[in-house]
Design a protein around this ligand. Structure first.
Ligand code: ADP
Ligand code: ASP
Ligand code: MG
Length: 402
């Protein structure tokens, strides 16, 4: 299984270069299935169109719009392969009955019918599958969330029992942090599923979280590598396969965060449920949460984060439940970023979090919210300090390339 992301298929020349790469594998005797993303920038443009109609658009129609980018690439890639004499055919989600639930915009896969793809192999054809899209039992189009074509690829690799799932992108592997913002980032030869899962879930968009989860569950051999050169990539592996263990393996950031604060909320049982219940019903994921007791003592201030894309809907849901929740004021702020450090070494070593807080304090960066898990510490800070914070932490944990 080979998956090519947006920058790898950004224009016709790139699509042709990828087609040549696929042909080399086919000529070498490999049975190859291909998953493609939309050309770089296309999905963002489509999202922009939907938001321009209304930020509170119907999520079912959002999916119809944003799923379109992958259809174009799938067709173009099949054509480019045919031009090289490689028999190829495009496949959209509905044509291979790539079933999902109906959580539009972030649907989860419920089943795949691999029969048609197996028939394509038997006929000596390379199937080129449009990533990111799915179809509900009611035959409506869905999408798997931003970055979701990684998940399409891993799910198909599992269903087809592929030897490997290669995720081709614009960097040649998984780094200790985003190599586009820290020049001293180091490439990792291997990373554990668990670390990759945490890294992805806190913003390292090199792999979609769901893709890592599925690879772990089905034992898919997953590799991240470049479509621009032939350097060795990064394998995502079980803990027993890791060669060098570091305390901290990576630093990540996510700009896709927005903060909502509710001031003067009545301090009584059931309030949190009153706020987060309606948000959950609207399929809005809440990430970090902090609650403070106000000076008066009878009310509390509550701050939480949602993804930036959900901000307007979240505020709308809360406003509509204002009576029932009871609060003084609502404030929202999209100008925040979540910075996290990840490492399995945290299980056995104390002091990693305090080291993080010290490094940020030394740069005068104020921490607004903190959350931790067994192998991760995350902080919410002002978006303006993103690069400064990531670089400072990368250095503080001794991750800089020498
Ligand atoms: P694609 O379009 O190929 O799916 P993405 O933009 O989704 O590519 O993911 C690749 C990008 O992920 C890289 O260009 C890089 O900027 C970013 N990235 C963030 N964190 C990391 C990391 N730790 N290692 C490698 N890349 C990372
Ligand atoms: N094209 C989709 C996106 O930009 C899916 C993907 O790239 O994986 O989110
Ligand atoms: Mg991606």
């Amino acid at each position: 299984m080979k998956k090519f992301g947006g920058t790898s298929v950004a224009d016709i020349e790139r699509i042709q270069a990828v087609a040549r790469r696929i042909k080399r594998a086919v000529d070498g005797g490999d049975e190859v299935a291909v998953v493609v993303s939309a050309m770089a920038g296309v999905t963002n443009r489509l999202v922009g169109y939907a938001n321009a109609i209304s930020p509170l658009h119907d999520p079912r129609e959002y999916d119809v719009v944003v799923a379109a980018g992958e259809q174009i690439t799938a067709g173009l890639m099949a054509m480019a392969l045919q031009q090289l004499g490689v028999p190829a055919r495009s496949w959209l989600a509905w044509q291979i009955r790539f079933r999902t639930d109906d959580a539009h915009g972030k649907a989860r896969i419920s089943g795949i019918d691999e029969a048609d793809l197996n028939a394509a192999f038997a006929a000596g054809e390379v199937p080129v599958v449009a990533g990111f899209q799915g179809i509900t039992d009611g035959n409506r189009i869905t999408t798997l969330g931003r970055g979701g074509s990684d998940t399409t690829a891993v799910a198909l690799a599992a269903a087809l029992r592929a030897d490997r799932c290669d995720i081709y992108t614009d960097v040649d592997g998984v780094y200790t942090t985003d190599p586009h913002i820290v020049a001293k980032a180091r490439k990792l030869a291997t990373i554990t599923f668990e670390e990759m899962l945490e890294m992805a879930s806190v913003g390292a968009k090199v792999l979609q979280t769901r893709a890592v989860e599925l690879a772990m569950k089905y034992g898919v051999r997953l590799q991240v590598l470049s479509s621009f050169d032939d350097s060795p990539g990064t394998f995502v592996v079980g803990e027993e396969e890791v060669v060098e263990h570091e305390l901290v393996s990576g630093v990540t950031y996510s700009r896709d965060e927005a903060k909502i604060s509710l001031l003067q909320v009545a301090d009584r049982p059931g309030v949190a449920a009153g706020i987060f219940g309606p948000l959950a019903e609207a399929s809005i994921n809440v990430d970090m949460i902090v609650q403070n007791i106000s000076p008066a003592g009878d009310t509390t201030d509550l701050t939480f984060t949602v993804s930036e894309a959900d901000l307007e809907r979240a505020v709308d849901v809360i406003q509509r439940n204002r009576e029932q929740i009871g609060f003084g004021e609502i404030r929202s702020d999209p100008g925040v970023v979540k910075v996290s450090v990840i490492g399995v070494g945290m299980r056995s070593h104390a002091g990693i979090a305090s080291q993080m807080f010290r490094a940020l304090a030394e740069r005068g960066i104020n921490i607004q919210v903190i959350t931790t898990s067994e192998i991760k510490v995350s902080v919410l800070i002002d978006e303006a300090y993103t690069e400064l914070a990531v670089r400072a932490l990368h250095t503080a944990y001794g991750l800089d390339a020498r």
